[in-house]
Design a protein around this ligand. Structure first.
Ligand code: PGA
Length: 222
């Protein structure tokens, strides 16, 4: 179930191929997109491919509870790495934000999410659904674990600057996507990836819920 690729470039271009095919086959697609270091190559690849994003709508997996204009917010990350470089309408770029209900309502308009791209945290989280999150969870405010705060401190000036809370899509929300791609890069992700994909399906390992989805592809490079 885990497809191991030879390099980070191959990981990025393989997932970009999936996104490109989706956009070309269904120009009105709705996509769920991740942040973090893993998708940076994917976004660079997508920018270079000069696809037509004019009818695409995106939904980001999560956002810190912080000012969206802050340079380290996920809004800023997405603008810098993708949205400012493609022909997507700013109104089509959605982030989980209060009130949460309207966010999920918007995702479900027409036929829901066509393609969801995910990363995985070293503790098995997907989006900010930390270990112990309910498999029935929906978009909500969550406390980040010490591990996630530590992992994400590399993006901030100091660990004290990392927000302690975030708003995230839930596990049930993610599972309603028609197709899911999980991408992971680096040996530090291999163990949790194996546990999530081949171990017990348990709320202690949020990504393990993906074993219950009938259209998931997992791509890894070390
Ligand atoms: P990363 O984060 O891509 O920065 O490793 C992945 C995640 O925490 O979901």
């Amino acid at each position: 179930m885990i497809n191991t690729l030879n390099s980070y470039n191959e990981l990025s271009s393989t997932v970009a191929d999936v996104v490109e095919a989706q956009i070309k086959e269904q120009p009105l697609s709705k996509l769920i997109l991740p942040t973090g270091s893993t998708p940076l190559g994917l976004y660079e690849e997508l920018v270079n491919r000069e696809l037509d994003w004019s009818n695409i709508e995106t939904f980001n997996l999560d956002e810190y509870l912080m000012n969206p204009d802050h340079p380290y917010s996920y809004h800023s990350f997405m603008k810098k790495n993708l949205f400012n470089k493609i022909n997507i309408y700013p109104d089509h770029c959605n982030f989980p934000f209060r009130p949460t209900l309207s966010f999920e309502d918007k995702m479900n308009v027409n036929k829901g999410i066509d393609l969801c791209i995910l990363g995985i945290g070293t503790n098995g989280h997907i989006a900010f659904n930390e270990p112990g999150s309910s498999f029935k969870s929906r978009t909500r405010v969550v406390d980040l674990t010490e591990q996630t705060i530590k992992d994400n401190s590399i993006y901030f000036d100091s660990i004290n600057d990392v927000p302690k809370q975030a708003i995230t899509m839930g596990l049930r929300t993610i599972m309603e996507s028609k197709k899911i791609i999980l991408m992971a890069s680096g040996e530090h992700k291999l163990n949790i990836l194996n546990v999530a994909m081949n171990g017990e399906v348990t709320e202690d390992v949020p990504a393990s819920i993906l074993q219950n989805h009938n259209n998931v592809e997992v791509y890894y490079c070390d």
